[in-house]
Design a protein around this ligand. Structure first.
Ligand SMILES: Cc1cc2nc3c(=O)[nH]c(=O)nc-3n(C[C@H](O)[C@H](O)[C@H](O)COP(=O)(O)OP(=O)(O)OC[C@H]3O[C@@H](n4cnc5c(N)ncnc54)[C@H](O)[C@@H]3O)c2cc1C
Length: 485
């Protein structure tokens, strides 16, 4: 029987992988391949943290396939040409992959499908990444949604997602095609800055399931109340695993339903509400893909065109931007978040909103600059969710925060990190201050600073902007674009 190629991309798992299951159907030998072609992602080739993740996720996939007797073939080069030579070498007659929704990949994959079909191959793409593909959720008039709540209501009216597929039985081809060593892709950083990432994450399918199990066993009951507290592990931290496709949303959905089915409402009050809230966050991920699909320039241009003329602040030599990136703004909650990001490749959602608001409003720097930094440093950097998050913060996106809602990082810290635990974790020098002074050390009496051994401007920066004055400046800038309507 001729072999089928399974072209792995961001679906780095064996279970609930429709492309792999289809390739393996009827016992056909399967050639699993990963093709490294970062140039084909347009302006959005994976950033440094994503590359680190990819290296380890491919390692995990390769081991998982080896347990089934298969070798993951790694190649580097233009994708269509690489697939064609693999087809020539192996005599494969079918190619399967799971769909991606980034605009550059939609175009590329369409071209690849047509070219291979023209050669007489059987070519099929599948859905592994979403509960509902972007074009399947429509408004009453057949259009796309710009607001989350009606989108999610419409999605929930659809039939429940299909049950996830098990790992298929896999048969290896008679001979194994040549493969490039993973190290040759140079995905790991030349100077090792990834210790914090290694300490935080276990990329791969097993690590993803471990996270989900821990979340459902230990955290989900208090998700609704705990999800906003950055010092607490109150969320699932599944985002990088979902992005790499080490686990799929159907699997998450089913695991939540089974968790609910075996729960006792009397002993777990709040579980149902928390589970619904968690599923609605998965819904935000779906919504992000929906918006990106219908607005392919969403990563680069404001959805609300009025914001194209926003009077951003001049930042010669990117000095303001660099201060924000390094977590040296002098605003503790912002700096803690930026340091968490740099160290672990992840930042708590509440703090993402706070650091984003600070960049776009208090510093009045373009949201695209923040988006680009997150793209490089997040292990969950995802074109759809990152664009949605930044345009939400900027007030220019779908269902976005109104521009005039400027987060006050001190008030946010007092509300969601009242003991300053998160601040002390990421800025240990401020941990020497009493909790009530950690959010705004510039307001602490000199005697308190001295007792803690802190000299502002030496041990920790003075605030780079006055929060009140910069808020007023942001609102004034906003009123300019309002007038231009
Ligand atoms: C400025 C900004 C940028 C962001 N960039 C990204 C990004 O590049 N990649 C990314 O996955 N998320 C991004 N988010 C959304 C959100 O912050 C993360 O998905 C979340 O913090 C991941 O943590 P978790 O897995 O513990 O989430 P949980 O609370 O456990 O949620 C479960 C899953 O739902 C999805 N999800 C949750 N919130 C959102 C959301 N607001 N939008 C889209 N999906 C969501 C994620 O896949 C997440 O893993 C961004 C948010 C902001 C404000």
């Amino acid at each position: 029987m001729s072999a089928a190629i399974c072209w792995f991309r961001r679906d780095l798992r064996l279970a609930d992988n429709p492309a792999l299951s289809a390739a393996a159907r009827d016992g056909r030998p399967v050639i699993p391949v990963y093709i490294h072609a970062p140039g084909e992602a347009g302006d959005w080739a994976p950033g440094a943290a994503s590359q680190w993740w990819l290296h380890h996720s491919l390692t995990a996939l390769s081991s998982a396939l080896a347990e089934h007797g298969l070798t993951l073939i790694i190649r580097s080069g233009e994708t269509l040409a690489t697939l064609e030579s693999l087809i020539d070498e192996t005599g494969a007659e079918a190619v399967h992959w799971n769909r991606l929704y980034d605009p550059a990949f939609i175009e590329r994959d369409k071209h690849i499908k047509q070219s291979l079909q023209a050669r007489g191959l059987s070519v099929h793409s599948h859905n592994a990444a979403l509960l509902h593909e972007p074009w399947t959720i429509k408004t009453g008039t057949g259009g796309d949604y710009k607001a989350f709540t009606p989108f999610w209501r419409a999605a929930r009216r659809q039939a429940d997602p299909d049950a996830p597929m098990p790992t298929p039985a896999l048969t290896a081809p008679i001979s194994t095609p040549a493969s490039t060593p993973l190290a040759a892709l140079n995905l790991l950083p030349a100077t090792d800055w990834a210790a914090g990432l290694r300490a935080t994450w276990q990329p791969g399918e097993a690590g993803a399931h471990q996270r989900l199990t821990t979340f459902l066993d230990e955290t989900v009951t208090a998700y609704e109340s705990g999800r906003d507290w950055p010092a607490v592990e109150g969320t699932s931290r599944l985002s990088p695993h979902l992005h790499a496709g080490e686990i799929g949303p159907r699997q998450v959905w089913q695991a939540v339903q089974s968790r609910l089915a075996r729960s006792n409402p009397a002993t777990e009050p709040g579980l149902l509400e928390s589970a619904e809230r968690f599923l609605s966050e998965i819904g935000w991920r779906e919504f992000a893909h929906h918006v990106l699909f219908h607005h392919p320039d969403f990563p680069d241009y404001p959805l609300n065109p009025r914001f194209a003329d926003f009077p951003w602040q001049d930042d010669p030599d990117d000095q303001l931007l660099a201060t924000w990136q390094r977590g040296e703004t002098g605003i503790p909650l912002v700096d803690a978040g930026m340091r968490e990001l740099y160290s672990t490749g992840w930042m708590h959602n509440r703090v993402r909103m706070v650091v984003g608001s600070f960049l776009v409003k208090n510093l009045r720097l373009p949201w695209q600059a923040g988006e680009a930094w997150f793209w490089d440093t997040l292990v969950d950097a995802d074109l759809a969710s990152n664009s949605l998050g930044w345009q939400w913060v900027a007030g220019s996106g779908a269902d976005a925060a109104p521009y005039f809602r400027v987060f006050n990082p001190v008030r946010q810290g007092e509300r969601f990190d009242p003991e300053g635990t998160y601040i002390a974790r990421w800025i240990p020098e401020l941990g020497r201050l009493p909790a009530k002074h950690r959010q705004a050390p510039w307001e602490a009496p000199q005697a308190v600073l001295s007792a803690a051994g802190i000299t502002l401007g030496v041990d920790y920066p003075h605030p780079m902007v006055d929060l009140k004055a910069s808020r007023q400046a942001a609102l004034a800038a906003f009123s300019q674009i309002k007038k231009s309507d």
